[in-house]
Write a protein that binds this ligand. Structure first.
Ligand code: ADP
Ligand code: ZN
Length: 762
């Protein structure tokens, strides 16, 4: 009787479980469940506990036997309907299991089960003020903190028991429901709000603005206001310093004036998440902005996101993952520097944050604005086809001219003589004398400069004269970079570090350091211009938490005269006092075996140049290159994005590259070279069969591979790539699905991953 009553009230839920299987699972539960909330379920043959997310709830009993959910986690949904829809899209578009998609969408700790902690229940908290023995015990245990790891809890319980000669056990406390065991981070929204003292969103007002907009800004704003409901993304194309940020700010203020609850997501490349951006937004929208970035602790990030989800904070600024954030009332998404490569995730769910933003905008019927001085060719082509609405700013906002870019011819010598197989000795950093002079002069005039070198470390590699070859990584098919200060050789692919002394032993003269990176340029300039304060900014010098901010603020406050660094320097920063930018090495970037090499070089040059002359003084750029006749370089010098883009698009169209075709890449890897080779032979047979069987689907399909990529071995794994392109998107996807299901039969020694719309072919 009891049994059947329970059956009657049971609900059946479709649950996405944190597992690599491409499917969902059905479980039952004895009372109502919230769609979009987390639950704990038994999973697999041994019924291990796993975290799951409720996708759908139904009263209909399925025909098969179901297991019961073990416990619910959230009272309110952590994903809205439209985010769940987005998750399903991500799973299908990127061929990624739904459970893992949802896991990626959740910020760090919330998606994981954690080590068990023990916390007092409400009853336990009340009890602590009572005079009972057990209450004294609880108060002793929870003197400072309200959550303790199981180990700490037990230790303190023991301490108390032995000092009081009274034994209280965990079972006893659990039995009386005075404490509970937690294995999942719960949402404690109420307390967070109280703790942070967040202002009521409705009482906060944007600060008034006094600037006069340029004509371009006015036209763009007008279009945004009148056409925002058209459900067509906007591409805001404007040179660096043309006031794009100002357009975003003004549009946001407009949206806020229309509705008291509306919220906006502003996506920015990780590196621009510096105080600069927060200051600009906080100033205009005081008390309304939430900032998230990778340096935050998981719990801190989660707290800020919770405020956004509740609608208490109205603007969320964050990197690519913020595209998954839940909002109370999202009304627009802005993707700043939309061309930036950091929007693409490199492993796991390899999504492109900008593209996900577009899809999310469509699902939520809200405008999406992509902004850049150098849009990706994908976005520009969409604007040409009128899929995106193009908004253009043509001049710099403060009426300053674009910085002039001058070429200093410089021949790049091969680092290893092809014929002799020996390294050519480089006795000094090949910096053009004019660059040195200009840096010195700029410093004498009290102005700041930046020097951009496209590689970190001291030297490209260490060449052994005895062995007639460069020192390579044990696990990867690449040479190791010399880091002189740390006295190490470092592999930039697997991060393996070997002490320099161990490599050179007693014969340092048998080795030559070849090529140069940011560390060597810093050292060289410090010797050449001793009166200047020189610092370096790259991922080595900013690895420590907070060091990037310290460096940037020192530069902003003129404590540094010359900042040497990698591409990181070229992105988004707005330093008023920088009047000289030197680009030491674009040639190697241009020569990379990737069809996007030209696009990347153009972007780097124009973005780097854009850092100069943003204040009242004009800026200039010196480019050291041996490729002065290269068309990409010529267009970049004139800051001529449109001509560059038109020519590049012609090249892409003629050579069947994106955006004219869709591209995807299957990657196979294995620790065993033999097994991988054998599997690739099998793949070739499989491909031939699938081609023969699927005439129409493969008509426009081009398959390249499986071939070893330029870096054949990474982290002890040999790699092969199978690249597929087609102008027929549906055909390509259907073929990839077929392949994917065939690949499920692959031996476990072969790892397989798919990269949809790959951004790099190296
Ligand atoms: P972008 O985002 O296009 O690189 P910003 O919005 O950062 O450009 O603007 C560059 C500089 O010009 C900023 O210091 C900004 O305050 C200023 N600015 C923007 N719009 C105007 C305007 N209409 N009049 C004067 N200064 C402006
Ligand atoms: Zn390595």
């Amino acid at each position: 009787m009891i049994q059947s009553e329970r059956q009657l009230t049971s609900v059946y839920a479709e649950i996405a479980v944190d597992s690599p299987l491409h499917r969902t699972f059905t479980y039952h539960w004895h009372s109502d469940l919230t769609v979009g909330a987390r639950v704990v379920v038994p999973f697999g043959r041994h019924n291990g506990e796993k975290l799951g997310l409720v996708l759908q709830v139904s009263k209909d009993k399925p025909k098969f036997r179901t297991k019961s959910i073990l416990s619910t986690v959230d009272e309110e949904p952590i994903f809205s309907e439209s985010l769940l829809r987005l998750a399903k899209w991500l799973s299908s578009y990127y061929f990624h299991p739904i459970g893992l998609v949802l896991k990626t969408m959740l910020p760090g700790s919330v998606s994981k089960k954690k080590t068990a902690t023990i916390a007092p229940t409400e009853l336990g908290l009340e009890e602590m003020t009572e005079g009972r023995l057990i209450s004294q015990c609880l108060s002793y245990i929870y003197k400072n903190k309200k959550t303790l790891s199981r180990e700490t809890f037990l230790k303190r319980l023991n301490q108390w028991s032995s000092s009081e000669a009274e034994v209280v056990t965990l079972d006893q406390l659990l039995g009386e429901q005075l404490v509970e065991v937690e294995t999942i981070q719960k949402l404690s929204l109420r307390t967070q709000r109280e703790k942070n003292g967040v202002a009521d969103p409705k009482s906060s007002q944007p600060s008034p603005v006094t600037i006069e907009y340029t004509r371009g800004q006015r036209v763009a704003l007008e279009a945004l206001k009148t056409k925002r409901a058209q459900n067509r993304p906007f591409l805001l194309l404007g040179p660096t310093g043309s006031g794009k940020t100002e357009v975003y700010l003004s549009f946001i203020a407009h949206l806020f004036s229309l509705s008291e609850s509306s919220q906006v997501l502003v996506m920015v490349p990780e590196i621009s998440l510096t105080p600069q951006m927060s200051i600009v937004f906080e100033k205009r929208f005081p008390g309304m902005v939430a900032f998230v970035h990778s340096a935050l602790e998981d719990s801190e990030r989660w707290d800020r996101l919770a405020e956004v989800r509740r609608g208490n904070l109205r603007i969320l600024i964050g990197p690519r993952s913020s595209v998954f954030a839940a909002f109370n009332s999202l009304s627009a998404i802005i993707v700043d520097e939309e061309h930036d490569s950091s929007y693409k995730q490199g492993s796991g769910l390899r999504y492109q944050g900008r593209d996900v933003a577009i899809v999310r905008g469509r699902y939520e019927s809200i405008p999406v604005i992509l902004g850049s001085a150098t849009p990706s060719l994908e976005s520009f082509q969409n604007a040409r086809l009128d899929k995106y609405q193009l908004l253009q700013l043509t001049e710099r906002a403060n009426r300053l001219a674009m910085p002039e870019i001058s070429i200093l011819e410089h021949e790049v010598k091969p680092m290893i003589s092809q014929n002799l197989g020996i390294a050519l000795e480089e006795t000094e950093v090949p910096i053009h004398p004019s660059i040195l002079e200009s840096l010195e002069e700029n410093h004498k005039n009290g102005q700041q400069s930046m020097v951009i070198v496209n590689r970190r470390g001291f030297a490209y590699f260490l060449y052994s004269k005895q062995e007639k070859k460069a020192v390579s990584c044990r696990s990867c098919d690449v040479t190791m970079t010399l880091h002189k200060k740390r006295e190490q050789l470092v592999c930039h692919y697997c991060d393996e570090r070997v002490p320099l002394a161990r490599v050179v032993g007693r014969n340092p003269n048998d080795f030559i350091a070849v090529g140069f990176g940011s560390e060597q340029v810093e050292e060289f300039l410090a010797q050449a211009i001793p009166s200047a304060k020189i610092s370096r900014m790259d991922s080595d010098s900013t690895a420590k938490k907070g060091s990037l901010e310290t460096l940037l603020s020192a530069f902003r406050n003129k404590k540094i005269d010359i900042l040497v660094g990698t591409q990181m320097l070229a992105k988004g920063h707005d330093f008023e006092k920088v009047t000289l930018i030197c680009l030491i090495e674009v040639d190697r970037m241009m020569s990379l075996p990737d069809f996007r090499a030209g696009e990347r070089t153009f972007q780097l040059m124009v973005q780097a140049a854009g850092r100069a002359g943003r204040g009242s003084l004009p800026g200039r750029v010196l480019l050291q290159t041996g490729m002065k006749d290269n068309k990409v370089i010529k267009h970049a010098i004139r800051h001529d994005y449109k001509t560059f883009a038109e020519e590049e698009l012609t090249f892409r169209r003629e050579n069947f590259f994106p955006p004219f075709v869709k591209m995807l890449c299957f990657e196979f890897s294995s620790e065993s070279h033999d097994q991988l080779s054998r599997y690739c032979l099998h793949l070739e047979v499989l491909l031939r069969r699938l081609f023969a069987e699927n005439g129409e689907m493969v008509r426009q399909l081009q398959v390249h591979g499986p071939v070893p990529p330029p870096i054949e071995k990474v982290r002890k794994h040999w790699r092969r790539c199978l690249l597929m392109t087609s102008a027929d998107v549906m055909g390509l996807r259907r073929f990839a699905e077929l392949m994917n299901s065939e690949l499920k039969k692959a031996p476990s020694s072969i790892k397989i991953s798919i990269d949809i719309d790959p951004q790099t072919l190296i």
